[in-house]
Design a protein around this ligand. Structure first.
Ligand code: AMP
Ligand code: MG
Length: 345
């Protein structure tokens, strides 16, 4: 397929182009577009053939549900029933604080939403994204849009233009390019269908922040930390190896020292903070920024995975971060991408 590629300025989106693309999106074509989290691969949520195509293009397992993206809070009523474990007033209040933005809520699915959208589950995931291009595109399409990350299944999510071109060029009708995605990690997924709110996937909105806004506890199941011990996946997507670079990734939780590096027989490339890099001058490194700059770590993580793949290293070594704030989301991705973990605390 000849993919039509357009560069869209987020500060001043070309509405003539977006109108044409939105019309085709509504008709059932697939469109790759930027969001504030990562690039998404979109299809009309109410077009079953288009939803099916998403699974084919990504090579996504059929039991891994999709997130429905909407362009106003009011559109939520078309997709979901009720407000789960929160009172309608409280739910409304948190929506007004967090939407548009990088949080996805799981609620009961309305009967007319095609079951393929949520892999047959009675629940559905919904998000109102903040990126101006995403918002305008969904608004012009006039339909909710399902959009997983625009990578081939299992690969690191795309956060740069070149990543979407690597994975999606020739497979979809349109690719919209707007530079780097601002946050770099997928949305926080909050399940409201259990007896109290719980995190299924940590993301840019931290658990601390959610607890503060909700005024209640928010459960973090072990699997949301990205540890592989969980036997029963809470969220269907959790059982797959994810975000994985093509080379083995060794995650070091705790201090990444020269002693650890000396013991590795393979040629390596290290993804780490600038402080750690300055202690490991003999080794090639890819740096996200300062150790405490978790925002930079989140924004660059997937991009550094792809950069590391392209080096001649046999193994990627990654430095872990503290599991606070955004650090929980960064560690979730690192642990799930890792083929081995060393604990050095
Ligand atoms: P992705 O589209 O790749 O960002 O992944 C979306 C993720 O959201 C899935 O992998 C699930 O973990 C989660 N998700 C989506 N819908 C549901 C649902 N109905 N119930 C539980 N988790 C869901
Ligand atoms: Mg994904």
């Amino acid at each position: 397929m000849n993919t039509l590629k357009y560069r869209i300025d987020p500060g001043n989106p070309d509405l003539n182009i977006l109108e044409i693309v939105a019309r085709d999106l509504k008709k059932g074509e697939l469109v790759v577009f930027p969001t504030e989290t990562v690039y998404g691969l979109g299809a009309s949520a109410f077009n079953e053939a288009a939803v099916k195509k998403i699974y084919e293009v990504k090579g996504r397992p059929h039991d891994n549900p999709l997130i429905v993206h909407i362009s106003s809070i009011n559109q939520l009523e078309d997709i979901t029933v009720g407000t789960g474990c929160l009172s309608p007033e409280k739910f409304r209040k948190i929506l007004e604080k967090l939407w548009p933005g990088p949080v996805t809520f799981i609620l009961e699915r309305k009967a007319h939403v095609p079951p393929q959208v949520s892999a047959g589950l009675p629940t559905v995931a919904v998000r109102f994204p903040a990126h101006p291009v995403t918002r305008k595109l969904i608004e012009l399409a006039g339909v909710p849009v399902v959009a997983p990350s625009a990578n081939l299944s299992g690969r690191p999510s795309p956060t740069e233009e070149e990543h979407v071109l690597e994975d999606m060029d020739g497979k979809v009708k349109y690719i919209l390019l707007s530079g780097s995605t601002p946050l770099g990690l997928e949305s926080t997924v909050l399940d409201l269908t259990s007896s109290s709110p719980r995190i299924l996937r940590p993301g840019p909105i931290s658990v601390e922040k959610l607890r503060e806004i909700l005024g209640t506890d928010v459960e973090i199941p072990e699997s949301a930390r990205g540890r592989k011990s969980e036997k029963v996946p809470l969220s269907p997507g959790m059982k797959y190896r994810h975000y994985a670079p093509t080379k083995p990734l060794l995650l070091v939780e705790g201090e990444l020292t020269e002693e650890i590096m000396k013991r590795l027989p393979q040629k390596s490339i290290i993804i780490c903070s600038k402080e750690t890099a300055s202690n490991l001058r003999e080794y090639p490194t890819l740096i996200w920024g300062s150790k405490n700059d978790l925002f930079a770590a989140a924004q660059k993580l997937f991009s550094l995975f792809r950069d590391a793949e392209k080096t001649d290293a046999e193994i990627i070594v990654a430095e872990g971060v503290e599991e606070k704030g955004l650090g929980l989301a960064v560690m979730n991705r690192l642990r799930r991408a890792a083929s081995r973990v060393i604990y050095n605390r």
